[in-house]
Design a protein around this ligand. Sequence first.
Ligand SMILES: C[S@@+](CC[C@H](N)C(=O)[O-])C[C@H]1O[C@@H](n2cnc3c(N)ncnc32)[C@H](O)[C@@H]1O
Length: 237
Amino acid sequence: MNQLLDKSASRVRRMFATIAPRYDLLNHLLSCQVDRYWRWRAARIARQVRGPLLDVCTGTADLAIALARRTPHDTAVCGVDFCGPMLRLARRKLERLGLEHRIRLVEADALCLPFPDATFGLVTVAFGIRNLEDLDQGLKELRRVCRPEGRLAILEFSQPRRQPWAAIYQWYFRNVLPRVGQWIARNEDRAYEYLPSSVKEFPCGAGLAARLEQAGWRHVTFRPLTGGVATLYQARA
Ligand SMILES: C[S@@+](CC[C@H](N)C(=O)[O-])C[C@H]1O[C@@H](n2cnc3c(N)ncnc32)[C@H](O)[C@@H]1O
């Protein structure tokens, strides 16, 4: 197996545990802050839904926070991640922002969520779905915990197709990002080489839309953001 693309739970958890202290800094730096806009686009959907909200692969909880800020105070928000160090940083961030009573953080695997069927009105995943060891199982599990008519929003990196943007992006993604990432967040798992490699092999656009439909999601749509660097997928349960 290509070790760089090993998505076993132990490897992915260890990789994020090692880069956790530098994760937010690198996110904002390497995306030139555009990641904030992408999460804002995903969080806007929360205004159209009812019921508790679930952010899976929440990491340091940026999307969960964006969801909480766009919904009434009595809307419950839950963030799930299986990496303890990422959740510890998330917890500290919530305390700093006074949101610790608003957002509940749960340590769990996205492939086996600790919630009954049909619990949430909106389920979101930002830059996490690509890391799942079993994508189809993950998409079904998200569907299971979503209420009938509930919504799904997935943000994930994709590959720009139009030139010259595609060439510039490929150069940046292959040459600049892994070096800056490794320099700032030294780690044995080569997390910032894993990032471009995993994006390259991951189904994007129509490919992921088809997998969502196979997992039982309906009305699947997708919209490329920032020239296709990221894509926002939406669907209904
Ligand atoms: C790239 S980070 C994204 C974090 C956050 N959503 C954001 O937008 O910055 C991916 C996160 O997914 C988590 N993750 C990956 N696979 C997971 C799984 N099977 N179950 C739960 N969390 C998982 C990792 O621990 C990591 O915190």
